[in-house]
Design a protein around this ligand. Structure first.
Ligand SMILES: [Zn+2]
Length: 389
């Protein structure tokens, strides 16, 4: 079934959750996550041993480093990189400076990667970051992924519509001859529909168009790491495998709508929306409103009746990482059945309230109960009892 797709796969790879390396001496370090061990600043120790106290003035590189941190935190990434690079040039032995430069380069690269025009620079900057901080596995993995993407997609043909930028292999006649039109029309129609539901417009204002890439099945698996069961993926870009368009039109429309929902969920709720809600809404909205959607919910309920339902906590992360294909499929089924249940008894608005609450730090439980006066766990319990009838 088309429903098994991997929202959030790339959060692992793309996540900016990198803590600062500690900077030398006087600057008080911010709170660090427990897994980060502040490096020992040997240079400071050596200096202290030889310099009389009166001369222990903050050196020029420490000042620059501090200024660069301010720039970085203010979002002036290029200026921060330049200043950290001066620190590294001025004191190449100082690991703190190299680590900070690597972090600034990585942030700059991520920003550049958002725009297709500056993607080559992004790869260049991330390459330097990896050279400076080879111990940061996430950066190494990200670089490998970007290089693989460039190798596959670098020469793709592109088409634009108001809110989307579509890339595909221009040698594939069926895509060039009409496939692109179907894809862009589907996406533009869904964009308007979802914008009204979620109350956000993710590809407007300063935001770039949403990128969509059509791939061969093998290319898709290579770039996403997802198996045959996956119909598409969203990791900031929509990626969809298309084998034979003439036989896959209906499936393709569903997959495009499904993946686009993830873009709206991320825009409205941030990256922390629970897997069951994210996938449940995507499964729910991938069919147009009406008979097809109702049939999909009915089918999910029939399948869910055969399952032992999981707790919502168990379904809070990326469903694609749950284990076997059967377990993943069961999680998608339950998610759709539950979203359909919520819609039926409490109205679909509460689903969108829960998503937008996430961006304000409001838990799903609190959002749900505020709108329904019913605990979320009770609603799941009610579904479970109903399925057994
Ligand atoms: Zn999905």
């Amino acid at each position: 079934m088309s429903g098994l797709r991997a929202w959030g796969l790339a959060l692992l790879l793309l996540g900016a959750g990198v803590a600062w390396r500690l900077w030398p001496r006087e600057v008080a370090p911010p709170a660090l996550p427990p897994e980060v061990t502040p490096p020992v600043i040997e240079r400071g120790v050596r200096r202290a041993a030889v310099a009389p106290p009166a001369q222990r003035v903050e050196d020029v590189w420490t000042q620059k480093n501090r200024r660069a941190i301010e720039l970085l935190e203010a979002g002036d990434l290029e200026a921060a990189v330049e200043l950290f690079a001066e620190c590294v040039a001025g004191d190449p032995a100082e690991g703190v400076f190299r680590g900070n430069l690597a972090e600034a380069l990585a942030r700059l690269a991520r920003a550049e990667y958002e725009d297709v025009e500056t993607r080559p620079e992004a790869i260049e900057h991330l390459t330097r970051a990896v050279e400076l901080a080879p111990e940061r596995d996430q950066l190494t993995e990200l670089l490998a992924r970007w290089r693989a993407e460039a190798a596959v997609e670098g020469n793709f043909w592109t088409d634009r519509s108001l809110h989307f930028r579509l890339s595909y292999d221009g040698d594939r006649g069926e895509l060039l001859e009409g496939g692109y039109d179907l894809v862009l029309r589907t996406l533009e129609d869904a964009y308007g529909e979802f914008a009204d539901l979620f109350g956000v417009r993710p590809a407007e204002g300063d935001a770039p168009p949403i990128e969509v890439v059509l791939l061969e099945r093998e290319e898709f698996s290579e770039l996403t790491g997802l198996g045959h069961w996956a119909g598409g993926a969203y990791d900031g870009r929509i990626r969809v495998p298309v084998v034979d368009l003439s036989k896959e039109e209906r499936q393709l429309v569903r997959v495009l709508r499904h993946e686009l929902v993830h873009a709206f969920v991320q825009e409205a709720g941030g990256r922390g929306v629970a897997g069951w809600l994210n996938e449940g809404i995507a499964e729910y909205l991938e069919q147009p409103a009406g008979a097809a959607r109702e049939a999909a919910v009915r089918e999910a309920r029939a399948l869910a009746a055969e399952l032992k339902l999981r707790s919502l906590d168990e379904l809070g992360g990326t469903l694609a990482s749950l284990g076997s294909v059967e377990e993943i499929r069961a999680a998608y089924v339950q998610s759709l059945a539950f979203v359909g249940w919520i819609e039926h008894w409490y109205g679909e608005q509460v689903l969108f309230h829960m998503v937008s609450g996430c961006s304000k730090g409001v838990s799903l439980e609190a959002s749900f109960e505020a709108h329904t006066r019913v605990p979320l766990a009770s609603a799941l319990e009610d579904l479970s009892l109903d399925l057994k009838r």
